[in-house]
Design a protein around this ligand. Structure first.
Ligand code: AMP
Ligand code: MG
Length: 466
């Protein structure tokens, strides 16, 4: 059963607006292969037509959802510029959602133009490929197309674009929030569909809805630990951008740490720092609380009786997150087991001296980390204790280098790459994605991609209106 069949109240059949002159900017051949799609066919006019969602045989849907945006509830968001193109089994048998972004206005557009522009859609491609290569669950771009139509942003024309992204599932916390306002029957069918698709092993449990909540909490604890350990700042962790499948999604204002700073905020509209790097675990828990609230009437006949078990699981999220991040930081530091004290002292040093988060861990393994610190930094004392903990340094270095990337989508490099792509030069983008798809392996000739922004570079700022 498709999502639209299971919960028709949440899907609106809607057609994509055919772009005037669609052309492939990027085709993700490895992902096409995973989906059992023939890249050669996708490059033909027929294939391109299908990717735009405009083929007569495509049944496309806009989804309804609500969401807390920066803490404020919007009862009706929905796909304002996106459409579900297809639910498709990949070659491993997993059902994946193929989803368009920038496919034209829908009844959920709320005054928006329903369009997307090239640079931010290519950013989605780069970030998704990197996270995936770093074994971090993420939606990924199958293709980015230019539409041949200018789209106005910030008072000027930009090349219009269409993203075809692939997700393990697009049910959001916001989808549950919307369903909860549609009554218990809609909510139950949504939850049953989510369980059958994402956690089939619990369908026959005595308490499947509590089980669903537990599963989603654990998946988020793991995902957020992944983000924190790699220095990823999502930037817009609204409840409509958190999917219960536990993948990273929507890479509008996201960025990566250069210098380590728990307060790092890149988004131009996040004045209060709600979605700062260091706030991400707490925000995930806040979003999960909103998710848990929607499930109360399914978990117990009297929703009041469900408050206690849901609260317990929310507390478990905090413990799960601490465990997950403890393991990841131990691996990054080459420690035989989690060591919260040594880890937090290390991060304090990185923060105090504004040390580049990515360079540090590779330098630590290479024995050159001291060069990154000023004199009297206190680093040598930490390093001495660290050395005494890791055991065989050669073995530790080898293991550390499997989890600490050399290449990340550095903000200033991504910006330069996207600027070139906007003028029609895709060479830097293709080079960068080659590096990002093998982030742990030294690639000769790519040294420039490992460099932090030049000193004096203004702080990186990201924007939502993409
Ligand atoms: P986002 O901030 O990208 O997660 O989007 C939040 C909401 O705004 C979603 O409902 C989107 O569909 C909608 N939206 C964002 N950009 C546009 C646009 N250009 N046209 C119509 N809807 C949009
Ligand atoms: Mg979104």
């Amino acid at each position: 059963m498709t999502f639209a069949q299971a919960v028709p109240e949440l899907s609106l059949a809607w057609r994509a607006q055919p772009p005037p002159n669609p052309e492939l900017a990027v085709l993700n051949e490895p992902l096409a292969a995973e989906l059992g799609l023939d890249p050669d066919h996708l490059r033909t006019p027929d294939g391109i037509h299908w990717l735009t969602g405009a083929s007569p045989e495509s049944e496309t849907f806009a989804h309804a959802y609500s969401g807390h945006q920066f803490g404020h509830y919007s009862p009706r968001l929905g796909d304002g510029r996106a459409l579900l193109l297809e639910e498709r089994r990949d070659t491993t048998g997993t059902l994946r959602d193929l989803h368009l972004k920038g496919s034209g206005p829908t009844p959920f557009s709320r005054g928006g133009d329903g369009k997307a522009v090239l640079a931010p859609m290519l950013r989605e491609f780069l970030v998704g490929e990197f996270l995936h290569a770093a074994s971090i669950p993420s939606t990924r771009a199958l293709a980015v197309l230019t539409t041949g139509e200018p789209v106005w942003r910030d008072g000027g024309p930009q090349p219009g674009a269409l993203l075809v992204r692939v997700a393990t599932g697009l049910i959001r916390v916001g989808t549950f929030q919307f369903a909860a306002t549609r009554g218990p029957d809609v909510l139950r069918r949504l939850a049953d569909y989510a369980i059958s698709r994402h956690v089939p092993s619990i369908s026959d449990d005595d308490a499947p809805y509590l089980g669903l909540f537990r599963h989603v909490c654990r998946a988020q604890a793991s995902l957020i630990a992944d983000w924190m350990s790699i220095g990823f700042v999502h930037g817009v962790m609204n409840t409509d951008n958190m999917v219960i499948a536990g993948e990273s999604m929507d890479f509008g204002p996201c960025a990566f740490l250069d210098a380590f700073d728990t307060r790092a905020v890149f988004s131009s509209i996040d004045h209060a720092g709600r979605y700062a790097y260091g706030n991400q675990p707490a925000i995930a828990q806040w979003n999960l609380a909103r998710f848990g609230e929607t499930l109360l009437p399914l978990i117990a006949e009297d929703p009041q009786d469900a408050v206690e078990p849901v609260t317990e699981l929310l507390n478990e999220f905090a413990a799960d997150y601490e465990r997950e991040i403890g393991h990841r930081m131990a691996a990054k530091l080459g420690l035989p087991s989690p060591n919260p004290e040594l880890t937090s002292e290390c991060l304090t040093l990185l923060q105090r001296h504004r040390i580049d988060y990515t360079l540090f861990f590779r330098a630590l393994a290479a024995g050159t980390a001291a060069d990154l610190f000023p004199e009297d930094s206190g680093f040598p004392q930490w390093h001495e204790r660290w050395s005494a903990t890791i055991g065989d340094p050669a073995r530790a270095a080898t293991e550390m280098n499997t989890v600490n990337p050399i290449y990340i989508p550095r903000n200033h490099i991504v910006e330069d790459t996207l600027a070139a792509a906007t003028t029609g030069d895709l060479t830097p983008l293709n080079r960068l994605v080659t590096a990002l798809r093998n982030p742990f392996t030294d690639q000769p000739g790519m040294e420039d991609l490992t460099q932090p922004p030049p000193s004096g570079c203004p702080p990186h700022v990201t924007f939502c209106g993409t």
